[in-house]
Design a protein around this ligand. Structure first.
Ligand code: SF4
Length: 479
């Protein structure tokens, strides 16, 4: 059928002689940046571009940068240099893109620089750098509804995924309303902007239908989801039953609905990241007890001393947190708590640090990450006096990590003799690398099986009898 949308004469043959341009992508930074990369690539693929896995043979390369810490900025600039040396035609986007002057002064030959979430501009820069030859059949086809909506910023659908097939990150909101002194995310990403719950759920249904077994919910502040849109409900027509339900844009409602996606037969694992300990987080615990979401909370606490938390201007503090954690564990004994901390924040005294160590030992967090404070260009904390000397930061970091390792080893030793459900991540000739419900991909531990794994497939969920533990990982046999 001819269309009003094409200028080709009717019946013009499809030009198969010119292959579509190939675009490479280097994606740096956090899972949120990875989701942005997936969206850009999906959009390009929908426009007829091919995605290239290497510099070689790419008509242009997009570098999606991270600009959070100075070390991440340095890595981004280095990667841009590498892409220029290897390919020469480089488009820069992402967080560091906000600082176009820094990029252009280090690398004057980049083709274009765009900031975070500037999908239109990235795609326009690709079109300029590597024009796509006219393809009548493709051009006759209107963009898929999801992509068109994404263009308006209303929905985040991404059909190209950069994660393995069995798990996927689902971004529920962008930006942040807080003003933590060490953080420049709000100035890079803007204020909180939440997706309607039904959009998130439709994306989750598509992912599960495509074989995803684990959904990793991410945002800058997952607990605040929906605050900006008054927690407004949106109608979700369930794929499995055809029933329509109104789902409020609130993390408790959304988490419960995500846990029910796919019906009984193919319910995914749902893992929540970046959950600040607001009071309503208590209401997520019953969803874990019911098995709707994983017994796992990634809760970036940053410190335990009230004065340091105040100096950091954190949105929620540790007040009563030990009591709450105890109550959560009473209801869900297998709850795994992950958190990240900063040591050496300006003004942190020996007493503050000792309080943090004591708190960690009392809370017995399962998984812990720790950063030594560093200045970030543009962050308010840089102006604080009383910066902690590097040697002191290093010493505190080492003591903190040693305590965390001791706790982790003790907890994992307690797993020996138990049978745990695990998801299979990778298989090679030596065995299968899996994860329990306590382990998020990339950041937590693994469960290894080195016998009887030949019949397994990536993405399988199986039971394993645990027979050995180290500080961070477990080993076992098929149950
Ligand atoms: S809550 Fe604080 S640390 Fe987290 S993104 Fe917002 S401002 Fe940054």
């Amino acid at each position: 059928m001819p269309s009003d949308h094409t200028s080709e004469p009717q019946g013009a043959p499809l030009d198969l002689s010119t292959p579509p341009p190939r675009i490479g992508m280097v994606s740096l930074g956090c899972p949120k940046a990875l989701v942005n990369s997936e969206r850009i690539l999906s959009r390009l693929r929908a426009e007829g571009y091919e995605i290239s896995p290497s510099y070689e043979g790419s008509d242009a390369v997009i570098v999606n940068t991270c600009g959070f810490l100075d070390s991440a900025k340095a890595e981004s600039l280095e990667t841009i240099g590498e892409a220029l040396a290897e390919n020469g035609r480089v488009i820069v986007t992402g967080c560091l893109g906000k600082d176009a002057d820094a990029i252009r002064s280090a690398h004057p030959s980049v083709l274009a620089v765009t900031g975070p979430q500037q999908y239109e501009q990235v795609v326009a820069a690709v079109r300029d750098a590597a024009p796509r030859p006219h393809q009548p059949f493709v051009d006759l086809t209107p963009p898929p509804a999801d992509i068109a909506l994404a263009r308006e910023g209303a929905v985040e659908c991404h059909e190209v995924r950069l994660t393995p097939r069995h798990y996927a990150y689902v971004k529920i909101s962008e930006g942040c309303n807080h003003k933590c002194r060490f953080c420049i995310i709000p100035s890079l990403r803007g204020p909180l902007s939440s997706r309607p719950a039904a959009d998130v759920l439709r994306e989750a249904e598509r992912l599960v239908a495509a074989g995803v077994r684990e959904l990793l919910v991410i945002s800058q502040d997952t607990s605040a989801y929906g605050v900006d849109i008054g927690h407004e409900a949106s109608p979700w027509r369930r794929r499995d039953s055809g029933e329509t339900v109104d789902v409020p844009a609130h993390i408790v409602d959304l988490a419960a609905a995500l846990g029910s996606v796919g019906g009984e037969a193919s319910r995914p694992w749902v893992r929540l990241h970046y959950v600040y300990p607001y009071p309503h987080v208590d209401r997520l615990i019953p969803l874990m007890a019911e098995g709707l979401i994983l017994p796992y909370l990634d809760m970036p606490l940053q410190h335990a001393s009230a004065s340091v938390l105040r100096a950091m201007r954190r949105p929620a503090n540790q007040e009563k947190s030990l009591t709450r954690i105890e109550a959560w564990r009473r209801d869900v004994p297998d709850l795994a708590l992950r958190s990240t901390f900063i040591v050496g924040f300006p003004g942190e005294t020996d007493a503050d640090f000792e309080e943090l160590l004591q708190w960690l030992r009392a809370a017995k967090l399962d998984r812990v990450g720790c950063f030594k404070y560093e200045d970030v260009a543009g962050a308010a904390a840089n102006e604080l006096t009383d910066h902690v000397p590097e040697a002191v930061k290093q010493e505190r970091w080492e003591r903190f990590m040693a305590a965390a390792q001791e706790i982790s080893a003790e907890k994992l030793a307690g797993m020996v003799g138990r049978t745990l459900p695990v998801i299979v991540d990778e298989i090679d000739e030596d065995g299968a690398s899996c994860r329990s419900m306590r382990d998020a991909p990339e950041i937590d531990g693994s469960v290894f099986i080195d016998e009887g794994f030949e019949t397994l497939a990536v993405g399988d969920v199986i039971n394993v009898d645990i027979d050995e533990a180290s500080e961070y990982d477990l080993w076992g046999k098929l149950a």
